[in-house]
Design a protein around this ligand. Structure first.
Ligand code: KG4
Length: 340
């Protein structure tokens, strides 16, 4: 009989619950929080309050869409971290209470593992196409930029990571700085489609090995906009498409340079991307382009699995469950990877 996994995700500003039958998706409900838009970024206290309001209806909607009764759940998987502590606390407490009341096993999931394994969620009537192990995953989100060697669903080596900002942070902070709005990634992506990516150049970092840095390119954009605006106050309004296209191209060049290096060093040809920034249209096209040039098998997640969602937590939880891992009821959430 199939294992029914309920996944719960609340690490940042999306409350999500999903139900899988083994790895097949039965439902994936996401309640996003618009309350942060007015502040130009996620306000942690408001996020945890919104999770408190959303968690019960979201979980109950996920079960009802899946046609699954609470007693039919095999195991409950939840995001333990990393993320905002107040937000994680809501999902963790809810998952623990539900596991206790239903007498079901509880499985904890690292949010980043969820992003990495998102491509293993299967959907009814859709062909299965999954990378073979070991493969490389470029994990790019608001909090992380990493190149991960995925040896098996539960065994990962981080080959490189950012030494300062995450690439999503660079998108978001620069969008805010240019007065374009929040979240910056999708806004810059949209404007970049109408601009010339080769019109402006921004400083690229020189970091050894496979690590990344995005703080320099952010500062380069800041000084560029400041200097141009001093000469012409309408510069931003008249050139935003070209600025976004050139800035986005710089970020993608930085990401791809190290990914290509990692592929050469390891000889691995199955290459995936994951995390919120993997929704970026420029990055997705470049992956396909480089893949064709270099003989890679490229795996791009479906858009609905790029940003935070509980389906990826449920599938990661499923692998942990199969491996016999169980989580005690006194588990506490953790905000940083180092504490996981
Ligand atoms: O994975 P995610 O939903 O949350 C974290 O765990 O961080 O990623 C959110 C990040 C934000 O920085 C957002 O601007 C970025 O993903 N993002 C994008 C796009 N869509 C979302 N960045 C670039 N282009 C996009 N289309």
């Amino acid at each position: 009989m199939a294992d029914i996994i309920l996944g719960i995700e609340s690490s940042c500003d999306d409350t999500s619950a999903a139900v899988l039958s083994d790895r097949v998706l039965l439902s994936n409900v996401i309640a996003s929080q618009d309350v942060h838009r007015a502040y130009g970024g996620v306000v942690p206290e408001l996020a945890s309050r919104a999770h408190e309001l959303n968690i019960v209806p979201v979980v109950s909607e996920a079960l009802s869409r899946a046609g699954v009764k609470p007693e039919d759940i095999t195991a409950i998987a939840f995001t333990r971290g990393p993320g905002l502590l107040g937000s994680l606390l809501v999902g963790t407490s809810f998952a623990k209470s539900l596991a206790l009341s239903l007498e079901k096993p509880l499985v904890m999931v690292n949010h980043l593992q969820g992003h990495i394994l998102a491509g293993f969620v299967r959907e009814k009537d859709k062909p299965v196409r999954e990378p073979s192990f070991p493969y490389l995953c470029l994990l790019v989100s608001g909090g992380n930029s990493q190149i991960v060697k995925v040896n098996s669903p539960l065994d990962f080596d981080i080959l490189g990571q950012t030494i300062d900002d995450a690439v999503g942070e660079a998108f978001d902070k620069c969008s805010k700085m240019m007065g374009l709005g929040y979240p910056g990634g999708p806004i810059i992506d949209r404007l970049a489609k109408q601009g010339n990516p080769d019109r402006f150049t921004f400083a690229k970092p020189h970091i050894p090995g496979l690590d990344y840095s995005f703080s320099g390119v952010k500062t380069s954009l800041l000084y560029f906009v400041r200097d141009e605006m001093a000469k012409d106050p309408s510069f931003m309004d008249n050139n935003k498409e070209d600025i976004c296209a050139s800035f986005q191209k710089t970020l993608i060049d930085i990401l791809m340079d190290k990914l290509i290096k990692a592929a050469k060093q390891t000889g691995i040809k199955d290459i995936a991307i994951g995390g919120g920034v993997s929704a970026n249209s420029g990055l997705r096209s470049r992956m396909v382009e480089e893949g064709a040039k270099r003989g890679w098998n490229v795996f791009l997640p479906e858009f609905k699995f790029t940003t935070d969602n509980a389906a990826m937590i449920a599938v990661a939880g499923y692998f942990h469950y199969l491996a016999g891992e169980r989580c005690p009821l006194d588990v506490a959430p953790v905000s940083r990877i180092a504490d996981f």
